[in-house]
Design a protein around this ligand. Structure first.
Ligand code: FAD
Length: 318
């Protein structure tokens, strides 16, 4: 079922959804199943599975020669989505990127998803890969998420790259896109970023999932700004519980998000990571509670394959 239908059917009751990463290459899917199993008690409307681009490395092949090898550390997004849908009878939502895909690759990817009964996708640009200073699209690929949304919308209308396929069949994907309550790191300013977010909606995206934030006022201000410029689709807040001391620097560095003073002070007083995990649970539960009271239709958790803290958070929040 489409995310938009899940929201309509819930009739104002807040639902909880989750995002997981594919296992590292070489690991099996058991860890994913074990993480999802206990989350099913909350009857999630959907589970997102992130997509990770291929990167390359050079290895010495002897005789002064170098061999180019593909390293995809977390493969299997499509297969994992299919396995989740079959096993748990819940909608699985693959993330799909501009980066690393030509438009033809994208079309083939979407056709596969359609065959597998996937109803939703989250359309993203992706980031620069190792050794790139800024994001580079494929020569025949989409440069921005807004272009990817257009391609998906066209496929939904039966418009294929290959004219021979035109009007043979239509997909019917509901498309989600990313939004940034603290602005995307590359955007010159907030208003410009919002203008491009609006473009994604005008091109056919039907809902927004936000980057993580640790201060709900940033989310509420973001929603107000979106509404003021005519973005009227559901905006799903993404929450991540803080769990380790390293994240105090890592999250702001990698995701350009602020951590509130009170949270930082509590973490710095904690004696070890176990205590920090508890602080993260409490903080995220308070955030969740406030979002539920505000009538937010879905709260989305970046569970990163760990469910124990997420379970505690939701139980404390409801
Ligand atoms: P876009 O919407 O294309 O925006 C990228 C930047 O370009 C922004 O600064 C925007 O303001 C600007 N921009 C947009 N359109 C234009 C234009 N026409 N002209 C000039 N500038 C423009 N990454 C992964 O690799 N895999 C994942 O599974 C994944 N999942 C994610 C899920 C969520 C909810 C979020 C928030 C992020 C996720 N990411 C993922 C990270 C994401 O790929 C990066 O944040 C990326 O840098 C931007 O992606 P986007 O889709 O927001 O890009």
């Amino acid at each position: 079922m489409k995310v938009t239908e899940h929201i309509q059917r819930a009739n104002g009751k807040t639902q909880f959804s989750f995002e997981i990463l594919p296992p590292l290459k070489g690991q099996n899917i058991r860890g994913i199943f074990d993480a999802i199993e206990p989350l099913m008690e909350f009857k999630p409307p959907f589970i997102d599975v992130t997509y990770h681009r291929e990167e390359y490395e050079y290895k010495e092949a002897g005789n002064g020669l170098w061999e180019k090898r593909t390293v995809r550390k977390r493969p299997g997004t499509v297969g994992i989505c299919s396995a989740i849908q079959n096993r748990f009878k819940v909608d699985a939502i693959p993330h799909i990127l501009c980066g690393g895909f030509t438009k033809e690759d994208t079309e083939n990817f979407l056709i596969d998803l359609d065959f597998l009964g996937i109803d939703n996708v989250v359309a993203l640009r992706g980031d620069a890969v190792k050794n790139e200073t800024y994001f580079k699209a494929e020569a025949k690929g989409n440069k921005y998420a807004s272009e990817l949304v257009t391609q998906i919308t066209e496929l939904n209308q039966g418009i294929y790259l290959d004219p021979e396929l035109e009007n043979t069949s239509k997909t019917d994907f509901c498309v989600g896109v990313a939004g940034y309550p603290e602005k995307h790191m590359e955007a010159p300013n907030f208003d410009t970023d919002l203008k491009y977010l609006k473009q994604k909606i005008e091109n056919g995206a039907e809902y927004i999932v936000t980057q993580m934030f640790f201060d709900n006022s940033k989310f509420f201000e973001f929603v107000d700004k979106c509404r003021s410029i005519g973005i009227d689709v559901p905006i799903i807040p993404g929450l991540k519980p803080l769990a380790t001391l390293n994240q105090l620097n890592l999250l702001p560095q990698r995701f350009k998000v602020d951590l509130p003073d009170d949270l930082v002070a509590e973490v710095l007083k904690a004696k070890d990571n176990a205590a920090i995990r508890e602080i993260g649970i409490e903080w995220c539960a308070q955030q969740s509670k406030e979002l539920i009271v505000a009538g937010i239709p879905i709260v989305h958790y970046y569970s990163m394959g760990k469910s124990d803290n997420i379970i505690q958070i939701i139980k404390k929040a409801i």
